[in-house]
Ligand binder design. Sequence first.
Ligand code: FEO
Length: 368
Amino acid sequence: MGAVDWDSRLFDSLIPLPDGTSYNAYFIKGSERSALIDTVDPPMAQELMEQLKEIHRLDYIISLHSEQDHAGTIPQVLQKFPEAKVIATPKGKNLLMHHLDLPEHKIQCVDDGEELFLGDKTLTFIHTPWVHWPETMVAYLSEFKILFSCDFMGSHYASSDLYVTDQGVVYEAAKRYFAEILMPFRPMVKRNLEKLNAYDIEMIAPSHGQIYPTQGMPRNTVVIPYVSMHGNTAQMVDYLVSALVERDVRAEQFNLAVTDIGKLACSLIDAATIVVGTPTVLTGPHPYAAYAAFLTNALKPNTKFVSIIGSFGWGGKTVEVLAGMLPNLKAEIIDPVLCKGRPGEAAYKELDKMADTITAKHQEFGCS
Ligand code: FEO
């Protein structure tokens, strides 16, 4: 949630904002309770209130930092959700009472390392003083390994993309942000970074700028290593590639009979999905496909989805054998498409369905 501020060119009447900025807020829906992390700068309050329209209950408003660009809309949010408690550090409580006139009984203090249970989700609060005010803290959502860092590791950068898409641009924006906001507190930044070493972080979600996937977000790409004996599996691969491209998903096909394995390995680095294409030989996959699966399993790419397509003569266990060769991939299996002999209308329909599923999964995952 939150607001993208495309037009601002000066922050605190001092700091230039050549790329605008954003005020990110995060709504976390647990199975029992819900929480909103930070709010937005008051001039953009209406945007946040609009986003909260469909939400009927909020248990906690988490204030990671009391400066007005994150806390300034808490009073309005509290008006809509009078049942909510504001969570802050003890120093944060004091600042919120002074800056926003929040009543003392509405604010609940959290200690360093304290946990907040939302049912199936848990937030751990880590005090990170002086990045860049005395009361600052971050929150760690352990089930998803996400660190909500507020100003810490933020960037003044307005974008319609939620996740980092252009590392070069964001690197400059984040460095400028560090120079202008955090550099005076360098020793504290270092100490706080060391403190965060104890947490397994897969994503950093600041309250300014885009979200950083720390392991590199897989790209909106499908890699298809395949082998074909009589052209049937190759036809299925060609069809799937066209179906993906029509849906704006990048597809790279590698005929394993002629492929440079190094090129295939490079493509695997950031492909969100791998689809192995293989005919059934005797009762299992073609040895080239088995080799590609073995190699992929050994390289452990950050792939999120896997599937299998191919043609068979009379039967076999190709899917079970290939799937069993990829235990190292922490990937979701998408329904395979196998057809007997030459692919016909029914197989193409299933390949269209596979392309729809992959497209939806990539969008859901924020692949770009
Ligand atoms: Fe983004 Fe210190 O406020």
